[in-house]
Design a binder for this molecule. Structure first.
Ligand code: NAD
Length: 510
């Protein structure tokens, strides 16, 4: 039997009607507009999806507002039941959801199956974490009762990036939902398919209006950011759009709480005593070549290698990277797929060309890999050596399959290079010397640091960046509290008033 790579496209996308989720109903855009979705592996038109308008955002926010009091009143257990239903539906549709992501985003199918499984663990994990939320009892005055509790914000707006479409849509809303908020989600326009399919599952698992999904681009996102009834916004995306969102949120005339998960230019520090084989594998895993073509905020796109082992490291890294098989994302043979769009491919390729012009050497990759479809958006995994800290490729986020190796001799100079960029999302340190590892982790200016590891997220551990990489922390109990507003309650007890008077007289008698 012959299986062509087009089979999954026909099976999972062919003829399908993707719709927005508003108020529990699957709807077309109110003005009937649609936008085209391309297959990055072939460049072909996959489907059209509704292009949500500001009017659709308005309707979605209204539906979310109407649903919120009953959702909050359901209590944690009631909400957790909906999470459990969602978990079962995701599990039942795992292969379809993973395939939709591979087809739509270009991320390799094996990695997208893992994304769906990781998402499931988050769906199951958040209710337990929320059960541990607690207020405080504060001894503010003798005999009185002073305690804190909280209330949800109401409607939360969530805007996501293109690189992990399903995982972002399925997991990022969860801490806001479990704490009693309702949501309007706007996915990235390049990769809407799995999110719209997820909308059908949300509609089955949750009461109407609790989760609303509206696709679209900047105009649609802006309508959500500036909506006067959306006080809490959470954004995953680039620094320029993050800055714009802060500004537009303020221009709405309402005071809003905005959390931002933005870009990274992450350093992997390799000490001379390192286990080379583990570090090379860590570099490849940490670059997310085989997850999303390096299009990840957390990718270790700058590898700072000590001179003593530099040449051996580059040679082993090059050999490992040359072994990465690039193919259509939904092929089981793909270790790596195409970039998300032609425009993004050309942006990433531009970085390689300018790095070469500035004097970096392209050790492997840098162009279209052989055997891939000409019309697909493929770029071979690329290793640049001889990169110096002043080069553009060492300073700016590339967000693609391009890793830069920088050589160092002096520890303090290495730290200056590692910390000398405007982003501070992740970093990693590779050495057998644990004292040195801990000290370096302390000195690296980043929100998430691995020692002899890379790329893994540990649920419950706060993820987020310093400097321009964002504000706020996700995937942790801190994130739960970020979706509620604290409330202090003071009780003046009659007995307490007597006690207070006695305390005063005792003090006076002293
Ligand atoms: P992007 O900033 O271009 O777009 C992100 C989202 O913002 C999309 O949904 C887009 O439609 C929307 N948007 C664009 N203009 C808008 C506007 N004016 N108002 C409201 N919404 C608007 O980012 P991208 O290209 O989708 O993703 C790549 C970026 O995301 C990289 O910088 C990457 O590092 C970052 N990212 C960060 C994390 C993290 O957790 N820190 C995770 C993934 C991606």
């Amino acid at each position: 039997m012959t299986t062509t790579i087009q089979d999954p496209v026909a099976r999972y996308v062919g003829g399908r009607d993707f719709r927005l989720l508003i108020g529990g109903e699957m709807r077309t855009a109110s003005d009937g507009r649609v936008s085209e979705v391309l297959d990055p592996s072939t460049g072909d038109l996959l489907s059209t999806v509704p292009q949500g308008s500001p009017r659709d955002i308005e309707r979605a926010v209204e539906a979310a507002r109407a649903a919120q009091p009953a959702w909050a009143a359901l209590g944690l257990e009631g909400r957790a039941d909906c999470f459990a239903r969602l978990g079962r539906l995701i599990e039942d549709n795992l292969e379809e959801l993973a395939m939709l992501d591979a087809i739509d985003s270009g991320n390799p199918i094996r990695a997208m199956r893992l994304d769906v499984r990781i998402s499931l663990s988050y769906v199951r994990g958040w209710p337990g974490l929320a059960q541990g939320m607690h207020g405080q009892v504060i001894p503010a005055s003798p005999g009185g009762l002073h305690y804190t509790t909280w209330q949800p914000y109401g409607v939360v707006g969530r805007i996501t990036a293109f690189n992990h479409p399903f995982m972002f849509a399925a997991t990022r809303p969860l801490p806001a939902l479990i704490t009693g908020n309702t949501m309007v989600i706007k996915p990235a326009p390049q990769t809407p398919l799995s999110t719209l399919r997820l909308g059908e599952l949300f509609a089955d698992a949750f009461p109407p209006g609790v989760v609303n999904i509206v696709t679209g681009g900047a105009e649609t996102g802006d309508a959500l950011v500036t909506h006067r009834q959306v006080k809490r916004l959470a954004f995953t995306g680039s620094v320029p759009v993050g800055l714009l969102i802060q500004r537009r949120a303020a221009e709405s005339g309402r005071v809003k709480n905005v959390s931002l998960e933005l870009g990274g230019k992450n350093a992997m520090v390799v000490m001379p005593d390192v286990d080379l084989e583990a570090a090379v594998e860590g570099a490849v895993q940490g670059m997310n070549f085989e997850v999303c073509q390096g299009q990840s905020c957390g990718s270790n796109s700058r590898i700072l290698v000590h001179s003593r082992i530099h040449d051996e490291f580059v040679s082993r890294l090059t050999e490992r990277v040359r072994g990465i098989r690039v193919a259509a994302a939904y092929s089981e043979e793909a270790d790596m797929g195409p970039l998300v769009s032609a425009a993004h491919r050309s942006r990433v390729h531009g970085f390689v060309e300018r790095a070469a012009a500035e004097g970096a050497s392209v050790v492997t990759g840098g162009d279209r890999p052989s055997g891939t479809a000409d019309a697909g958006f493929f770029l071979a995994p690329t290793v640049l050596a001889g990169v110096t800290p002043d080069m553009e490729v060492a300073r700016d986020e590339v967000f693609g399959p391009v890793v830069s190796v920088l050589r160092w001799d002096d520890y303090d100079e290495m730290l200056r290079i590692a910390n000398g960029v405007e982003l501070g999302l992740t970093a990693s340190v590779w050495t057998r010397d644990l004292d040195l590892a801990h000290r370096t982790a302390e000195l690296l200016d980043a929100g998430y640091v691995w020692i002899n590891d890379s790329n893994r997220h540990y649920f419950g551990t706060p993820f987020g960046g310093t400097k321009d990489s964002g504000t706020g922390r996700e995937e942790s109990v801190e994130e739960l509290y970020s979706y509620v507003e604290q409330k202090a309650v003071h009780v003046r007890l009659a007995a307490g008033a007597e006690m207070a008077a006695r305390t005063v007289s005792l003090t006076e008698n002293r």
